[in-house]
Design a protein around this ligand. Sequence first.
Ligand code: NDP
Ligand code: OXD
Length: 316
Amino acid sequence: MPGDNNSRVLLSVTGIDRQRWRDLLSARRDVVLEPDGETDPSIRYAVVWKQRPNVLSKLPNLKAIFSTGAGVDHLLNDPGLPDVPIVRVVADNLTRHMTEYVAWRVLDHHRHGMLYRSQQARRIWQEPPQQQASETKVGIMGLGNLGRAAASALLSLGFTVNGWGRTERPMEGVVTFYGEAGLTPFLNATDILVVLLPLTAATAGIVDYELLRQLRRDNGLGGAVLINAGRGKLQRDADILRALDDGTLKEASLDVFETEPLPEASPLWTHPRVFVTPHAAATSYPEHLVGPMLDQMDAFDRGEPLRDLVDRKAGY
Ligand code: NDP
Ligand code: OXD
């Protein structure tokens, strides 16, 4: 509670609206932006996004860390990360936004949106053949919280959906593939690849030319499509450009990039068959997230277990 200096919350965030997070957290806890002195025993919880390196290492009474986002790659790379539980965001409104983004981009590629926009610019009245949703095979890499929600929306639109994960977690209506052995058959059965993986040691750079080459190109869409809303460092931007230019890929929708913001000089900005959004597929809004975060802190203080914990060994 505000005023109780023994349960302060450290807020260490960059690139998001720190003031909004601070105002909302302050309603129920004392919030500090910097630890006091060399070691600060008053801080019990930390709320972080791309935190200052080592800021978490000198908090002897820290009980848990809360990421303001679903992905925790920004956190796990911190050399001074203490050995306390890490909670990530699993929230309905964020999941719904991601589902909207995936459904929007899949439908746009399936319904030839890029072609129609370029035809409109040239006043061309021409209709390409349109296949049924069931004939378009969407493959979701990362069948976790976000991947599963996107899969069920796509199933309800009639698409054929494949999923790829690390461990066996079947889903009704989805053809599932797992691990290294399942990757090639998954890609070979996929027209539109949707990447919703976390960035870990095992997934960094996974979306390279070799992977894109394995997608189904000989299909009713006129080629393979990539949609990445996971993390930019999962992909090789240069390999995507090469694949687009030699016909390995027909089109791409990219929300994330190797370097963010996407550098002005990147050819991805102006490529006629690339749709760019600025890491905006599913933004974390503090108005939706702070209440449940504070409730979890209160519950943990009462001895109840934390939810949505990160598995540090797996890296997500
Ligand atoms: P989850 O942890 O719920 O799901 C991750 C999925 O990836 C799981 O299916 C997991 O497999 C799978 N996976 C992890 N490592 C591997 C691997 N080595 N090989 C195969 N599959 C693997 O995460 P969320 O669905 O909540 O979020 C996914 C990612 O989306 C986040 O980590 C974040 O990077 C990104 N994101 C992007 C946003 C944006 O605005 N662009 C917004 C929010 C999130 P298994 O099922 O076996 O565990
Ligand atoms: C997230 C993000 O991980 O916004 O939540 O990318």
